[in-house]
Design a protein around this ligand. Structure first.
Ligand SMILES: C[S@@+](CC[C@H](N)C(=O)[O-])C[C@H]1O[C@@H](n2cnc3c(N)ncnc32)[C@H](O)[C@@H]1O
Length: 511
């Protein structure tokens, strides 16, 4: 993929594989908040299969295993950072010593270390049971790719908790001296703000932070990411979070008019971030974005415009598609060696008549090439489809045996993986006056991971107000009138199916 192909994308997958395909020197800032070495709790709460597996693998080998797991990834991050770029690695006491010495100093170099930022979440509840002081800090290491390059640093200012009275200073002949008034008295000023230092006092998210909190167990506060993004990037720069979780980095980057890339291997993380970004659409600076799943949605593939689909599949097959809008005369593209390709998007199996039409088309297309391929026993053409009927399969075999014409039938599932999204049925039941219960039942090939609900659906866009529901049941009290409710079921591969119901709510008459 070219550099621009990654911009404003949410990508589901192991970040190592994704990072390996991002071009060199293409990103301005990387913030990573990997699962902490110790972080059993959230992974257990989460119960995401992929995440649990990778966690158990890492943990089984102890700290050394964790460090090598992270190191290969940081090496990729170093490669894709621009020379003027910065990395912020978020960790805590469990592994911060090893991360600094064994990963960051080795890959980025000691000279490129800028700061050890201490995030002090002063609102953590005290815990004296462990026989130690309550741990109320995380460490964020800031390294630049090259301290000699003009890396971005925009100093930040914060409000002082207690304004201070300071002596006023002035410069005389290049020297700073205390300022005095006409009568020779020293002059003072009240300073309400100060330059931000490396101790960042920012509260951790609490259940009461309803506006920002989406419920992702390790979600970080937006203020923290805002500082990191503002101090080391400018508008239009590219920010990458390879462990995007609940999407804090990309949501803040979007708000601050930066481009962004988010990666996570958990379906839940990608979907939660997707819903978070959907809510941002139409807000100031919000940019269009795309979710990239390794598995394509069969239903959506079927709904794509025919020509677009043909061009896309030929490209995925490694061929050269015919010009958009041009007449294809029965041929949708060619391989690098000029062999014709025909694509059929039909749900029904591609039949014998397609083969007959294709044979005339390839002869018309390049008579000499056709004759040469036939003579040399090379492939004369490819037909790409979802399914093929028995009669075309037999006819292709006969053509080869009797006339030495080889036509290869290619299944789309061998070019791109796809699956059926879950089927969802939503029912509504009136429980009591104004109160309703909604239940989603599903049919899914891979199993449903979780449900999201839009309990005040506007009939246009799905905007989740309940993001992570494992069961598929919701209850809500409504006002009188018509209401629309939508549910989305997300399967283990990240494919989703939706259903909606309309209810007309009427207050029951007093008895
Ligand atoms: C600590 S959380 C990130 C939280 C995030 N900063 C936020 O504000 O919501 C770590 C994330 O890393 C993801 N993760 C773990 N291993 C991964 C891997 N190999 N590739 C991609 N994501 C991974 C987990 O699924 C999890 O969502």
């Amino acid at each position: 993929m070219a550099e621009k192909d990654f911009i404003n994308k949410l990508i589901l997958g192991d970040n190592l594989a994704v990072l390996q395909s991002i071009p060199d020197k293409s990103v301005d800032l990387i913030y990573l908040d990997p699962p902490f070495f110790s972080n059993r709790t959230y992974e257990v709460i989460w119960g995401d299969d992929g995440e649990k597996r990778s966690f158990e693998d890492r943990f089984a080998g102890g700290i050394d295993h964790y460090i090598s797991w992270l190191k290969v990834r940081v090496r990729q991050m170093h490669r894709i950072l621009k020379d003027t770029g910065s990395i912020f690695l978020h960790c805590d006491w469990h592994a911060n010593a090893e991360i600094k010495v064994d990963i960051l100093n080795k890959i980025f170099g000691r000279n490129n270390f800028r700061n050890e930022i201490i995030w002090h979440y002063y609102n953590k509840l005290p815990d004296t049971r462990k026989g130690v002081f309550t741990r109320g800090t995380d460490t964020i290491f800031w390294y630049v790719k090259n301290h000699n390059a003009e890396y971005c640093f925009n100093p930040l200012v914060e409000k002082r908790e207690n304004p201070v009275k300071q002596l006023m200073r002035k410069k005389v002949d290049g020297k700073a001296i205390n300022a005095r008034d006409d009568k020779g008295n020293l002059m003072y000023q009240i300073r309400e703000d100060k330059l931000v230092d490396n101790v960042w006092r920012i509260s951790m998210l609490q259940p009461a932070d309803k506006k920002e909190r989406i419920g992702y167990p390790t979600q970080k506060p937006e203020t923290l990411l805002q500082r990191i993004i503002e101090c080391t990037t400018n508008e239009g720069d590219v920010v990458l979070d390879p462990f995007v979780g609940g999407g804090t980095t990309v949501a803040v980057a979007d708000r601050l008019n930066r481009k962004w890339i988010g990666i996570d291997q958990s379906v839940m993380a990608i979907k939660v971030t997707d819903l978070r970004m959907k809510k941002r659409q139409n807000m100031l600076f919000s940019q269009p974005y795309e979710v990239i799943l390794p598995t394509f949605d069969f239903k959506k593939l079927q709904e794509t415009d025919g020509k677009e689909f043909e061009i896309w599949i030929v490209d995925k097959f490694g061929g050269i598609p015919n010009e958009k809008g041009g007449k294809d005369l029965g041929i949708d593209g060619h391989t690098q060696y000029g062999t014709p390709i025909q694509v059929k998007k039909w749900k029904k199996p591609v039949g014998r008549d397609t083969l007959d039409a294709f044979l005339s088309a390839i002869e018309r297309d390049d008579k000499t090439l056709f004759a040469r391929n036939k003579k040399e026993g090379q492939i004369c053409g490819f037909i790409i489809g979802f399914e093929f009927s028995k009669d075309i399969i037999n006819a292709v075999a006969q053509l080869k045996n009797k006339e030495n014409i080889i036509i290869e039938l290619k299944y789309i599932r061998d070019i791109i993986p796809y699956d059926n999204p879950p089927k969802v049925t939503l029912t509504a039941e009136e429980l009591e006056d104004l109160k309703y219960k909604f239940e989603a039942t599903t049919e899914s090939e891979t199993g449903v991971d979780f449900f999201s609900w839009d309990l005040s659906h506007d009939e246009k866009e799905f905007k989740a107000d309940v993001v992570m529901d494992k069961i598929g049941v919701q209850e809500k009290k409504f006002t009188e009138g018509e209401h629309h409710i939508a549910v989305q079921a997300v399967d283990k591969k990240g494919l989703s199916g939706t259903d909606k119901v309309k209810i007309t709510v009427k207050r029951k008459k007093e008895k």
